[in-house]
Write a protein that binds this ligand. Sequence first.
Ligand SMILES: *Cc1c(COP(=O)(O)O)cnc(C)c1O
Length: 503
Amino acid sequence: MKYRSTRDPEANLLNFEDTLFTGLAPDGGLYIPEYVPSLELEEILSWKSLSFSELAFKIFRLFIDQSEMNDNDLKSILKTSFDTFSHVDVTPLKKIKSNLLMLELFWGPTFAFKDVALQCCGNFFEYFLKKKNLNLKPGEKKFEINVVCATSGDTGGAAIYGLRGKENVKCFVLFPKGRISTVQEAQMTSVPDANVFNISIEGTFDTCQEIVKNLFSKKEFKREFNLAAVNSINWCRILSQTVYYFYSFLKIYDSEEKTKIQYSVPTGNFGDILAGFYAKILGLPIYKLLVATNCNNILHKFFETGVYERPSTCLSSFSPAMDILASSNFERLLWYVERGNLKTLSKRELNNEKNCSLKISELMESFKACGKFGIDSDKFELTKELFRSSTTDDKTTLKTIEKYFKEYDYLVDPHTAVGLNALENLNYESEDGVISVCLSTAHPGKFPEAVLKSTGLEFEKFAPKVLVNAMTLEKRCHNIQNGGKSDGLLNEVEEYIRIKNRC
Ligand SMILES: *Cc1c(COP(=O)(O)O)cnc(C)c1O
């Protein structure tokens, strides 16, 4: 399997390893597989008794050539990644009532779904770096990478726990000082490993993201320090996340009754739900995917109208991991939509693909220039075959946490509450024979403020012990302030990375 950029009309191909290290394509597009294999339902159903990591192997194998990695190595990477989860099922299902189940994705080291992908990414990085360094000639410099990422809370933690202690990798995480939850900050800054560097920035998440973007656009610097990214556009993250759609589906699906299963997905950058989309086009008969947004609802508006328009401001909500202006992964879905067919993807149609890439470039250019684009009505209809959407404000988020706690004795985090509310908004119980699965994207212990407000529960009473303990551990963090110059922050961060690579 090879990969190509959504914006490249020539469809130049990269292997999995280069796709992993490159992240964003040089033309600004996102990497997608050159084709999507199509699985027979019968084959999928034959995977029912596999463990999570065995199932992951079946799926990953389709997307990484043998020549890049043999079966044993791939199996061992996946097993190592998912062994860090503290539940035997890795992503267990929890029944709320007969037609509603929670898919708990928070049993990893940082209690958020991002662990599923970042544990894998960390181990893939390590594997390929080791391979690169295997045949060094005398005097030749070791190949090392510097992973740099900006976080509004969850990504940074998951990246740090995925990369801590890994050979040939340094991990720099930028977060906006005082703007992430104290639990998230404690989780990141209490990690003692020497290859982990937390940087707090005087500014907002956007300031952090801007700095990272600018660092990556400094070609010299990027090459000298082998900058690598683990943000949600990294293909390896999407691939890792497809596994739990298959896993949960196989646990629920009844082949006699041909159960209709729909997933509600708390959505920000569109990475998690995109994995569901790939599961669907691989052949998993998912009934519907619900795009559950908070008050930052650019995606909801798109799925209502076919127009994608950047709002003027990003609002702060109780579900901060979904506070986004525009969704970076959305471009991938758009590519398939513009291709005009969400089904037979296993065949390549080079001419059609070329037009499609040109169209994507045009749409994204338009978005960059005027913050807006629309798609044709036939293409828009296509999205409705699979997607539904909803938006939830803060007040309803808190009410939903309260409701599920009181009625079902089940405590959810504010992001998951947005997913549950989406199901209610879309009247999920009105269709007979449909089973709804709500993705539970974080443990409520990561967002104690919202839980306290809605239920009165104190952090220490419901948060995992490790999180409570993290609060009192020794912290390490480098604070960077703007020295008054416009490029001040960027230069300071650059200098800091230089220094840390010297010692
Ligand atoms: C990142 C995150 C989301 C949003 O996922 P996307 O892939 O960006 O759509 C939702 N909930 C939590 C808890 C998250 O950390």
